[in-house]
Design a protein around this ligand. Sequence first.
Ligand code: AMP
Length: 285
Amino acid sequence: MSRRLSMALPSKGRLREPSWSLLEASGVDPQEPGERVLQAHCRNADIDLLFVRADDVPEYVQDGVVDCGITGLDLIYERDSDVEVLLRLGFGTCSLQAAVSMEDSATRIEDLEGRRIATSHPRTAAKILAERGIRAEVVQVAGSVEISPRLGLADAIIDLVSTGSTLRTNGLRSIGTLFESEAVLVGRKGSIDLEARRTLTMVLGSVINARANRYLLMNVTKDRLAEVTAVLPTKGSPTVIDLVTPGVVAVHALVPAADIWSLLPKLEACGASSILTLPVERMVP
Ligand code: AMP
């Protein structure tokens, strides 16, 4: 009998909700925890969940308290955690950016040479600045990094940015990106239950792949089939099925969701009709 897999999930913050909905979409059916519940089981999978802060997940996984967990790539990097990144999850995307106040003369990260920089990611900031040959003083702050320049604590900040609105609200301007991050599934190095972990990675990966694609269906006359297939941005071969109506075929293909917007007018121009797009639940290549 295989051992149950233990998994740490963010209990609060930005990564909590999308981590939870990924598990639900993957069909492992986790039991909804109450506000104060720290552990839960999955109803139809041999997985035990532990709810902890996203910041603590790298350590829990590294120390073998759990087999795997979901956290931000930035947190793994900042803690220099010795864990294995099993899967990029496509949410919690953000970048670690350097920013200065609007009036500052700096326009590039290199312009921070000799200056004082506030950040809650001191290790990552120091490492990347050193890699780029920039000597600067890095000051660690725990929160509200954006107000440091206004308080006179620092000349610049290095902070996580997703939309940039927090920077703008605080009168700051980005001068460059140091690191791109997103939520990741991480596993303990040398974990003993590789089979269960591989299954979890495959199942979660099938949902993430599926989210990025749409199933496209349309009809077209055979004489214009080549035109339609030429514009389809599919990696594999589309499926072509004869319809009862002579000379007309149905074309089915999997296409990137991001391409749908530009693709539909092209397909219409190629004579395609009855065009449908459907969401895909799972995709195992
Ligand atoms: P939390 O502090 O628990 O809300 O989670 C913070 C994590 O969410 C970070 O470590 C990043 O991986 C991710 N994240 C995504 N966008 C942002 C953002 N704009 N600011 C801070 N963290 C972000």
